[in-house]
Design a protein. Structure first.
Length: 365
């Protein structure tokens, strides 16, 4: 009899958790599509940073998938192709990008001008995978750099530190065709960068990736629709006289027109072995439920001007299954703060707060 009731209890928990999985994410599906991933392999040879991505060393790196619209499948695929390669050694992350472009143009030539007012290529890096203290580097076809550091995303009442310059950064651009010449047709432009690990390390000791380390990374391309007037490229304008909005094309779709959702960036996994394959840690799957609570809390705050006191108020059941493990969410909250944690037997405890800071707390015994 005891065994029978135990089975019934387990089944009821399973059914309840399954229902939670089906309903709790409703309306937020665009923020929970699977991010793309890339295996970044170690190279004993360093590419020469000159914009030539046909160099032999790059033959050891695979291309990413072609970029998609920032909103993913909600929008048509980009009409121009963009893709990226990556390698690393003991000092740098190397990036090669190929941008198809029949009309290469750029105007901005001073460092830290807002480069996305030109067509540009952008890199976003969160080495700690906690959505805080991350880095952004933008470049146009003139190889003008706009690099900045963010302590946390703009949505969390933060600003960018534009005075930060990536120490030791090397970059080069090569144009296949001409630049700022509307009377011909170009093939495109390539970007090559070496980003020192010391440039994207917080603290005194440079953190070099170890085997299997996972970074959150995304790449973006800003593309403006243009006309030619008086022999020069001009951004197209709508009937109201305003410039048309830019296109935002990315490696891993954000699901929202905002690059500053680091939890939506792709996964880059570092490896010294060419044959190794990508493996998503269990904790990354658990984090989806932390982000569910975070998004629901932000929506609740927008409506009620305070955070919800319980998970029930957010329509979230505390228990859910991932694989063969039962997980539990717990939350503490006040009117202006909250903390949600996820635990399962034998796994690390992970928590998120009202600023979207994700931290691994401990290992359960």
């Amino acid at each position: 009899m005891v065994k029978r009731y135990t089975c019934v209890w387990a089944l009821s928990i399973l059914l309840c958790c399954s229902a939670m999985g089906q309903t709790s994410f409703k309306g937020l599906e665009h923020l929970f599509t699977e991010p793309r991933h890339y295996m970044c392999y170690y190279s004993s040879l360093s590419p020469v940073i000159d914009g030539d991505i046909e160099e032999d060393v790059w033959s050891n790196a695979a291309w990413t998938d072609f970029f998609k619209d920032i909103e993913g499948d909600k929008k048509p695929d980009p009409y121009l192709k963009t893709r990226v390669k990556m390698l690393w050694n003991d000092s740098c992350l190397f990036i090669a990008a190929e941008l198809e472009e029949p009309h290469v143009w750029a105007n901005l030539s001073k460092r830290d001008q807002v480069i996305f007012h030109d067509n540009d290529f952008e890199i976003f890096i969160d080495p700690d995978n906690n959505t805080h203290q991350y880095f952004e580097i933008e470049v146009n076809a003139l190889n003008t750099i706009f690099d900045l550091f963010l302590s946390k995303p703009y949505r969390n009442n933060s600003g960018a530190l534009i005075s930060w310059d990536a120490p030791g950064l090397k970059s080069a651009v090569r144009v296949s065709g001409t630049i700022n010449q509307p009377d011909d047709t170009d093939k495109g432009w390539t970007v090559e960068m070496a980003i020192p690990f010391k440039a994207v390390t917080i603290g005194n000791e440079t953190r070099v990736p170890e085997e299997g380390d996972l970074w959150r990374v995304n790449f973006s391309r800003v593309e403006w629709d243009c006309d030619v007037k008086n022999g020069k490229y001009r951004k197209k304008r709508g009937g109201d006289g305003r410039e048309l909005s830019e296109h935002n094309w990315v490696w891993s779709p954000q699901g929202i027109v905002n690059m500053h959702y680091p939890e939506r960036w792709g996964y880059v996994q570092f490896s010294r072995g060419k044959g190794s394959s990508f493996s998503l840690p269990y904790g990354e799957r658990q984090r989806r439920y932390l982000w569910l609570a975070y998004y629901r809390q932000r929506a609740y705050f927008e409506k009620n001007r305070r955070y919800a006191p319980t998970l029930k108020d957010l329509g979230i059941h505390p228990d859910f299954w991932l694989g063969d493990k039962l997980n539990r969410l717990t939350m503490t909250a006040s009117t202006r703060q909250f903390c949600v944690s996820v635990d399962s037997e034998g796994s690390e405890s992970i928590e998120i707060n009202e600023d979207g800071l994700v931290q691994v707390i401990k290992t359960r015994q």
